[in-house]
Design a protein around this ligand. Structure first.
Ligand SMILES: C[S@@+](CC[C@H](N)C(=O)[O-])C[C@H]1O[C@@H](n2cnc3c(N)ncnc32)[C@H](O)[C@@H]1O
Length: 279
């Protein structure tokens, strides 16, 4: 077994909608030993930092996210200092958001990485959303005290330099296609609701609709035929279950972190698993 079952769950330094820190204990038993862990929907990296594979392919289409991880790997001290200065400053949230949005044409700087961490910890519920011009447009959150996640940044950086890691700002398809024999692919895509609108109009806010989820399924089946194992998190509804009907489905209750509508009851989720011996 390659997965380290730690007593204490290591949290990411980022707040992330759909982040998996709360279901790590339910998820880890489904992640088998393997060569590399491939995460095509990396997000805040909660699964990465709570597992112990010999190598990782970490991908997300959000290039700001990948930029932060690259600086965390290459210059921890520089990133800590720059981010700490921002957290300690009296500069208004909207001023920092404005500076961040002025530098869209310089996407890979250390300064931008530090600003991204600042925005993530100060904005409403850690939501990450951009407008059509590519500007971050989440408003300031209401917090009594803001926590600077220094220990979590250091832990993440240590993990990044302790094993071979490939970081990719890319669509999920590129990462899934890299999977070969003995690799484990963990997919945590934006969930589809299962409503008829998703199915027939193809609309979801994240553009992660029925056809895209079906394509993800098909690419994963191909990867498993190449000898990889695929594990998928998604919502527990009939649409999702019909897409992954050839996977083994495990139903879980996931505590909610963001309850925009005030609903704090656990969300019903599934963990779907496909191994080479099931094909
Ligand atoms: C639910 S979050 C993943 C959370 C992560 N498992 C964690 O525990 O922090 C989904 C992620 O998928 C990314 N994403 C959405 N569409 C994508 C695509 N087409 N290709 C790659 N990543 C995508 C988003 O940027 C987001 O970070």
């Amino acid at each position: 077994m390659c997965v380290e079952k730690k007593e204490k769950i290591q949290k990411s330094f980022l707040k992330w909608v759909g982040g998996k820190s709360r279901i790590i204990p339910q998820l880890l038993p489904h992640l088998p030993a393997g060569g590399r862990l491939i995460e095509p929907f990396l997000g805040a990296g909660n699964v990465f930092i709570n597992t112990n594979y010999n190598g990782y392919v970490l991908a997300d289409k959000n290039r700001d996210l990948i930029n932060v991880y690259q600086w965390l790997r290459d210059d921890l001290a520089g990133l800590l200092n720059t981010a700490q200065l921002l957290f300690d400053s009296d500069i208004d949230f909207y001023e920092i958001r404005c500076r961040f949005n002025c530098n869209i044409t310089q996407p890979f700087t250390l300064k931008r990485a530090a600003e991204f961490i600042y925005l993530n910890r100060h904005c409403f519920n850690g939501v990450c959303r951009y407008n059509q011009k590519g500007e971050f447009n989440v408003p300031c959150g209401k917090y009594k005290k803001i926590y600077f996640p220094k220990a979590e940044l250091i832990a993440f950086s240590n993990k990044l330099i302790s094993v071979p890691v490939t970081l990719m700002a890319a669509d999920y398809r590129a990462a899934v296609e890299m999977a070969g024999a003995d690799d484990v692919i963990y997919c945590d895509p934006p969930y589809i609701s299962g409503s008829k609108n998703d199915i027939f109009t193809g609309y979801t806010p994240h553009k992660f609709n029925y056809p895209v989820t079906k394509l993800l399924h098909d690419l994963l089946v191909h990867a498993v035929k190449r000898g990889a194992t695929a594990i998928v998190s998604n919502a527990n509804n009939t649409t999702v279950k019909s897409i992954f009907d050839d996977f083994e489905i495990y139903e879980i209750d996931a505590p909610r972190s963001v309850a925009a509508n005030g609903n704090r009851s656990p969300a019903r989720e599934i963990i779907a698993v496909l191994t080479p011996n099931m094909i």
